[in-house]
Design a protein around this ligand. Structure first.
Ligand SMILES: Cc1cc2nc3c(=O)[nH]c(=O)nc-3n(C[C@H](O)[C@H](O)[C@H](O)COP(=O)(O)O)c2cc1C
Length: 395
């Protein structure tokens, strides 16, 4: 069959021997996008749409996937890169890589093993998994899938029903999860997502619509676990969370599923650099959206993120069960160690906040009107002030 690759990079995947509705050979999976095509080939239209969908015209969904084309990475020669180190601490816990499995609902649509597959694969690889509160399996089942010593965090929504919220926070803590990613980007409602609405009527979110900054502050009294606001979409809100004393903040546009035309994580991070550079020393920053390659991970790290999430890729990889999720982790890990060696910095910590590895001036030019290191007020193209006398003579 021919698969519509949706404009994603053509890396030569040959699907002519694939049969619609059947899982293609896992040996065909060379990169993360291949996993999406395998899921598209295998899942029902409805289930594929559930994972793939995004809000309105999907401008942000597309921007997430293609912003990378505007970025250049600098690789340096003459460095000993024989000892590559990917180890990354997230909220003080040690993981084997700077990327994690972001919370995405309903892993059961891809595999009967659902979230358990994701937990096990993450545990075996030593990376972080953050299950969604809207998972197919319940919280204690996912917690019980942990391997010895595995640390997982858990996502939570702000339900309008406070008893449900408190019960779930207690359940998350009891099941052994070490932190809460509190999703703050779809209070009140979910985004309007055409692609999935063609199969379902859309649903009431049951999310609180009165979740103000005071409510966010009060919520910290409902659990002893650290809370990380997830779905922060502006530099302003990043700064707000930092000043409120949260240990970390998670920049995300929810994979383009909430505010269409919201900026990408690259743009928000640049805006934080421009407006509130002190934030990078105040709190840990995580980011996601359209991350499909190690180069994307390194880009976000160089812009100051400590760890980077991937949502859809692992959900798609789960069509192959735990083996598929492991393969996706292996693919990204190999890309990371390879790219780090080629860029001349063998330690992942050396990329964090290190803008010598990255050129983002094309994005800055488009997003701010000028690259960040150019002061527009001193630019020769700025409009000179004109006295009234001059104005007359110009006419
Ligand atoms: C199918 C699906 C379900 C999601 N469910 C949740 C969720 O329950 N809670 C949440 O905070 N984010 C959810 N997200 C957003 C992800 O955590 C993440 O921000 C997003 O997928 C990142 O973009 P990417 O898919 O391009 O990697 C979901 C995303 C997808 C694709």
């Amino acid at each position: 069959v021919m698969i519509d690759k949706e404009g994603l990079p053509d890396t030569g995947l040959d699907t002519s021997n694939w049969t619609t509705g059947e899982l293609p050979p896992i040996s065909d999976m060379i990169d993360i996008n291949d996993m999406q095509f395998a899921a598209k080939n295998t899942l029902s239209g409805k289930n594929y749409a559930y994972y793939r969908t995004a809000a309105l015209d999907e401008v942000t969904y597309q921007a997430n996937l293609f912003i990378w084309e505007k970025i250049r990475l600098n690789g340096f020669s003459f460095v000993d890169v024989s000892d590559i180190n990917l180890n990354t601490s997230i909220l003080g816990y040690n993981f084997s890589a700077p990327f994690f499995i972001a919370p995405a609902a309903k892993a059961g649509k891809a595999s009967a093993g659902a979230e358990t597959n994701l937990a096990k694969a993450a545990g075996a690889a030593g990376i972080l998994y953050v299950p969604s509160i809207s998972s197919s399996e319940n919280t204690s089942t996912i917690g019980a899938a942990a391997v010895d010593g595995q640390v997982m965090f858990h996502q939570e929504y702000i339900w309008s029903n406070k008893t449900k919220l408190q019960d779930e926070l207690d359940e998350i803590e009891a099941a052994g999860f070490k932190a809460i990613f509190l999703t703050v980007d779809n209070t009140g409602v979910n985004g309007i997502r055409d692609r999935s609405m063609r199969f379902t009527s859309g649903s009431n979110s049951d999310h609180s619509a009165t979740f103000t900054i005071e409510a966010l502050n009060q919520l910290r009294n409902m659990t002893s676990l650290p809370i990380v606001p997830k779905g922060v979409k502006t530099a302003h809100d990043v700064k707000l969370c930092a000043d409120l004393g949260f240990p970390a903040v998670y920049i995300s546009n929810h994979g383009g599923r909430v505010v269409d035309m919201a900026p990408t994580a690259v743009e928000v991070l640049l805006d934080v650099h421009k407006q509130y550079p002190e934030v990078f020393d105040q709190i840990e920053i995580y980011a996601d959206g359209g991350v499909r390659r190690a180069t994307h991970v390194l880009t976000l790290l160089a812009l100051g993120a400590r760890a980077v999430g991937l949502g859809r890729p692992f959900m798609f990889a789960n069509v192959y069960g735990e083996e598929g999720v492991t393969k996706a982790i292996d693919i990204l890990t190999l890309e990371l160690t390879t790219t780090m060696a080629l860029m001349g910095q063998p330690d992942i910590a050396g990329y964090r906040g290190n803008t010598t590895f990255i050129n983002t001036r094309q994005v800055e030019l488009e997003y701010f009107g000028a690259p960040l290191d150019v002061d527009p007020s001193s630019s020769p193209t700025s409009i000179p002030s004109v006295s009234s006398g001059n104005a007359t003579s110009r006419q």
